[in-house]
Design a protein around this ligand. Structure first.
Ligand code: LMR
Length: 330
């Protein structure tokens, strides 16, 4: 008996010694605190949106692939920072990843507003060609002047118009209405002014309240944002206009990124690449599902712009193109 106890003791001591030599073992609970890398990923939308789902998937895959060495903590719904604050939070290093809409980067560089130009893209393929080609590359590299590294472009989808007053079919229907616009984009403000409406910048987490209390009559957004925030409950008119695109730029603090060990950075990069492909598919699915949700709610009057109506909108908004040119290149 004594011999058996002594043997057991020896074995226990031996395994402790082995674990001590290699501090990191294949159990996330046992990664030593000084080895652990925490990435706070803050965003402003619901978990059940393309961005929310992709951020969560990224976190799960990274945890598995680094066996717990890297922990991505996702903070949805502006719980950590609102969209007026998150870029500063990233620059100062209090969060390590965010994924704002391209429009919200316009203060960093006005060229980002190319994605805000109405009717600039006919479909998702055209958007992806711009994002994944030289235009996207140039825009991403412009971020390093702000100590930001752009990592990937994620989709949300095409924006539609909603409002609480009347159907929006002709450009004149916008006259005198107040529209919420995303923060920082001059082009979006000008879009509504050009239609005779009044733009009011509103953060995403205040949007439902602004519409409910008539601080704004209407807004433009993707179907997944309209549904996940239940905006259709206070916006009985929806126009399927597909007039503009809403996409995201996943980004990190450049200094933080270059401080990461090479193997970790490579794992994060390849995982993000994979999640980006997945996210683009999910956003198309969410767009379809969200439309079904609005239809089944049964209280929203939905109008699909005809080709002739669309052409009238295009004509009315044409001046924005020369304004954008002046704004960005002169
Ligand atoms: C909005 O403010 O409407 C969007 O940018 C929110 C988002 O991140 O999708």
């Amino acid at each position: 008996m004594k011999i058996r106890v002594a043997l057991l003791l020896c074995l226990t001591l031996l395994s402790c010694f082995a674990a001590g030599c290699d501090k990191r073992v294949n159990d996330s609970e046992q990664v030593s605190p000084e080895e652990k890398i925490v990435i706070k990923f803050s965003h402003v939308v619901s978990e059940n949106t393309p961005k929310g789902l992709a951020a969560q998937r990224f976190a799960t895959l990274v945890k598995d692939r680094t066996t717990g060495r890297v922990e991505v903590q996702v903070f949805p719904n502006s719980t950590l920072y609102s969209d007026g604050e998150e870029i500063e939070a990233l620059k100062s290093g209090t969060v390590q990843m965010i994924a704002p809409t391209t429009s919200k980067l316009s203060r960093l560089s006005p060229q980002w507003q190319i994605f805000d130009l109405p009717f600039a893209f006919n479909d998702g393929n055209e958007v992806h060609r711009a994002m994944d080609g030289p235009t996207g590359e140039k825009l991403l590299s412009s971020l390093s002047a702000s100590n930001i590294k752009g990592l990937a472009f994620w989709d949300n989808g095409f924006k539609q118009m909603t409002n609480g007053k009347r159907p929006l079919i002709h450009p004149e229907d916008f006259g005198g209405l107040i529209f919420r616009v995303m923060i920082n984009s001059q082009v979006l403000k000008r879009q509504f002014e050009q239609l005779g409406a009044y733009p009011v910048e509103t953060q995403f987490n205040d949007l439902y309240h602004a519409l409910e209390t008539n601080l704004a009559d209407g807004q433009e957004n993707t179907l997944s944002n309209i549904c996940s925030k239940k905006l259709y409950r206070v916006q009985p008119y929806l126009t399927i206009s597909n007039h503009g695109y809403m996409g995201y730029i996943v980004m990190t603090n450049e200094k933080f990124w270059s401080s990461l060990p090479d193997d970790v950075r490579l794992t994060l990069e390849s995982t993000l690449h994979e999640v980006t492909e997945w996210e683009r598919q999910i956003s198309a699915d969410k767009d379809r599902e969200s439309m079904e949700e609005v239809v089944s709610y049964g209280k929203v009057q939905i109008h699909h712009l005809t080709v002739a109506e669309r052409n009238k909108w295009i004509e009315a908004l044409q001046p924005l193109y020369s304004e954008f040119w002046e704004l960005t290149w002169e």
